[in-house]
Design a protein around this ligand. Structure first.
Ligand SMILES: O=C(O)c1ccccc1NCC(=O)[C@H](O)[C@H](O)COP(=O)(O)O
Length: 261
């Protein structure tokens, strides 16, 4: 069974648990626009991730002070902060999300494996301005329902794809923010050329912003995915392991130069 399938199986239990709680949720934390933060910028924008652990790397920084980490990201110029909220595989939580959202004034992404509207409610109630929908995890009809629901909640939606076929499904939804995940979820191998392959399908859709996700470690990688057409990168491990977050963000915030095809 693939790791994605294992995570999704576990997520079904989490959804049932959230529904059982019947909690009263307030949607009063402020929303910030991710699209505005990413579109038409001269430099590659950074979505900086709070990532305590992962299936591919195990523990990364289990005891991180999420508020301090998020404030460092914001001060160093991150456009958005991604918070992993999955507990079994990433050691995250909605509490992390809420603490981060209350500590910064930039959009915060709830990075989770969303299968049900209730997870979108919890994301919004805990301060997310953005949610993630993974095309590989959802049938087309369900993907559209969740996309529509999040849109109605005024949330931005990062639609994550792993192939050109999945990109076509995201495009058919009218998605404006597309994440290309460079990590193969079957064997965890990272290949930044995924961004190049999929970005070619996307090149005529100028109102979409492209986010290259996973495996970005240095200036060379940032320049490479920028040249392929990325407007932004989503970076977890590199920033979590860095002794100097400001320097790490600066090294990745390269000037955008689009490769001539
Ligand atoms: O990171 C993993 O091991 C992983 C495994 C299975 C599904 C998702 C996974 N990661 C989620 C992400 O998308 C990354 O946290 C994000 O793109 C940042 O990646 P990185 O910069 O390589 O930490």
């Amino acid at each position: 069974m693939t790791i994605l399938q294992q995570i999704l199986d576990e997520k079904v239990n989490k959804v049932a648990e959230l529904k059982m709680k019947k909690a009263t949720l307030n949607f009063d934390l402020p929303l910030y626009s991710l699209y505005d933060a990413l579109i038409q910028k001269d430099t590659l924008q950074i979505i900086a991730e709070i990532k305590r652990a992962s299936p591919s790397k195990g523990i990364i920084k289990a005891n991180v002070d999420v508020v301090k980490q998020a404030q460092q990201y914001e001060a160093a110029g991150a456009a958005c902060i991604s918070v992993l909220t999955d507990e079994p595989f990433f050691k995250g939580s909605y509490e992390d999300l809420r603490k981060v959202a209350q500590a910064v004034s930039i959009p915060v992404l709830c990075k989770d494996f969303i299968l049900d509207e209730i997870q979108i409610d919890y994301a919004r109630a805990n301060g997310a301005s953005v949610i993630l929908l993974i095309v590989a995890a959802l049938e087309s009809e369900r993907l559209r329902e969740l996309y529509t629901y999040a849109n109605q909640m005024n949330l931005a939606i990062l639609v994550e794809v792993h192939s050109v076929e999945e990109y076509e499904r995201a495009h058919a939804l009218g998605a404006k923010i597309i994440g290309i995940n460079n990590r193969n979820l079957k064997n965890f191998e990272v290949d930044l050329k995924h961004t190049q392959t999929i970005a070619k399908a996307f090149s005529n859709n100028t109102d979409q912003v492209l986010v290259s996700e996973s495996g970005i470690k240095n200036t060379e990688d940032a320049k490479m995915v920028s040249a392929y057409g990325a407007s932004a990168i989503l970076v977890g491990e590199t920033l979590m392991k860095s002794e100097n977050v400001e320097a790490a963000l600066q090294m990745l915030a390269v000037k955008k130069v689009r490769e001539v095809e």
